[in-house]
Design a protein around this ligand. Sequence first.
Ligand code: I3P
Length: 332
Amino acid sequence: MGVNGQKFGMWNCFRGIHRRKGKKTALDLTAPASDAILKNRKNTWIQLAGHPGGFAPAGPNTIWKKRYTKDNNETQAYEALMEDTAHSIVPLFYREVEYNSEYFIEIEDLLQHFTDPSIMDVKMGIRTFLESEVSNTALRKDLYDKMVALDPAAPTDEERQSQSITKLRYMQFRENESSTAEFGFRIEALRMSGETPSTNLKRVKSKEQIHGILSKFVNNSRVVQQDLVRRLKEVKQHIEDSPFFMSHELIGCSVLVMHDKYDKCGVWVIDFSKTNPIQDGCEISHRLPWQIGNHEDGFLFGLDNLMQFFSDIEIKEELTENIEPSHVIADS
Ligand code: I3P
């Protein structure tokens, strides 16, 4: 494990950026989010989803993401992904950092590629909790309160009495209240260009609701719609071909979708803190229904559906007569 400035070997030829194995990073960080770094950023830095305060802008083109768990799963996943065939669909990973007795990972700030983009964080999968939650009987009042805030009628009499529920109960409740259970994805957060982020999406569940949001997101642009569908297809192909993705359980991963006013589009897979290798050497399809012990997560089932939703958006009329050729971020 590398900490305190040690850089992990990695390479990437993403959009023509070539980074050779072993090349040292030029970043010299003493603290995240220094004034100089913030001033030099093209975009105001935005955190759309995840634990509040869990991210900080770091170097000019990097961010720090805080580790909340005891394990260093996410570091291990990124290290392996930098060497995997699917390296171009995830942010560049730089290193693990220890700062004030806390651990962070330093990864590429994907916002650097865009000018005031529209951004969507889509949590993938039909299962959003680890199999270990099934045997976790700890009762939590905070999750009971979150459940009641979302649906006062949801708790059973017993739950009402104890004013607490297990994490499994809460996570399955969230899956069923949203589109996760039926479609294998849910829109976790959304920020339209020039607007403040909207995170009040916990009850977006129906086909119609999803269509409404995606239609607004592509801003009635066929160029954006087609580029995003193409990029989602590439992401799907990368995952199906990837030794890493096909041998890991993907829980809590998101697909991050962005486009800006120049019709530049990008799609990445992020959030690997609950990504675990399948222990017994079996592969998973990422499409089959989950049963305890089969580790299926529904990631690709969700991606197929998300792609279909984007394809089905009806563009009313083109905004401009002469549309510039699309500017898709793609592997070089
Ligand atoms: C949270 C969300 C997170 C989960 C968190 C939930 O619910 O599902 O993914 O963290 O569990 O409370 P919500 O989206 O309704 O806020 P993990 O993915 O890390 O399990 P937590 O409260 O145990 O952090």
